[in-house]
Design a protein. Structure first.
Length: 213
């Protein structure tokens, strides 16, 4: 079974986006995203799995996300990932027309050109929903969420929300309920020092969390 990790920055009401982009600009938070998704042992790389809207939200100069195998899901098989006149990409990028096909590709990671260390689902809302719904008995399962909780302000103008995986009472109290890992566990899994407690950038307060099931 291949394990998947969701990484997301979300407000207390699960807001994640506005007008096709992130509602905030948090450079240290973005550095955390880049570092944790890039960090892999010598000779391997991590994969970042994303929906087409998320791919389009990434600034041109960071596409494809460097040092990671980029996997984009779009039902449009003719979708042009990069403009014809774009420079030759420095990181691998693959298009899949559905999640199953993308996950199948991950499980044969030699076809991605390198050994895949970890696979991250980086958004957006519909891919978070679809991957959270995978059952443990299927080939792939989300067993970890790296949640950056945006505490304040509320960012009530968000127009995209991630599924309420913690408040989902369907699983509450059951064997596969989500539990919050300690900060030490987060750091150990990350493999580098992660700031603990409430962080503040540009007047935005947030906290790095890890949830497991
Ligand atoms: N998870 C967390 N914790 N924070 C996020 O901002 C986030 N964003 C997405 C998914 N999960 C997240 C999706 N959106 C880039 C831009 C948007 C984006 C994801 C990544 C991006 O440009 N990343 C560059 C770093 C750019 C920089 O250093 O400013 C990268 O190399 O990862």
């Amino acid at each position: 079974m291949s394990r998947l990790t969701i990484i997301v920055a979300a407000t207390l009401s699960n807001g994640i986006g506005q007008n096709g982009r992130l509602p905030w600009r948090l450079s240290k938070e973005m550095q955390y995203f880049a570092r944790i998704t890039s960090n892999a042992p010598e000779g391997s790389v991590n994969a970042v799995l994303m929906g087409r809207n998320t791919w389009e939200s990434i600034p041109k100069k960071f596409k494809p996300l460097p040092k990671r195998a980029n996997v984009v899901i779009s039902s449009n098989k003719q979708y042009e990932l990069l403009p014809a006149d774009a420079p030759t990409p420095t990181a691998p990028v693959f298009l899949h027309s559905n999640l199953d096909s993308a996950l199948d590709r991950l499980s044969h990671s030699e076809r991605l050109g390198a050994h895949i260390h970890r696979a991250f689902v980086i958004g957006g809302a519909s891919l978070y929903q679809e991957t959270l719904s995978l059952s443990q008995s299927s080939g792939s399962f989300v067993d970890r969420v790296l949640l950056t909780r945006i505490l304040e302000p509320a960012f009530e103008q968000c127009d995209v929300h991630m599924p309420d995986f913690l408040g989902d009472k369907v699983h509450a109290g059951q064997a596969d309920a989500w539990t919050k890992a300690s900060h030490a566990e987060l750091q150990e899994w990350a493999g580098f020092e992660v700031p603990e407690g409430v962080q503040e950038e540009n007047g935005v307060k947030y906290e790095f969390q890890m949830w497991i099931r």
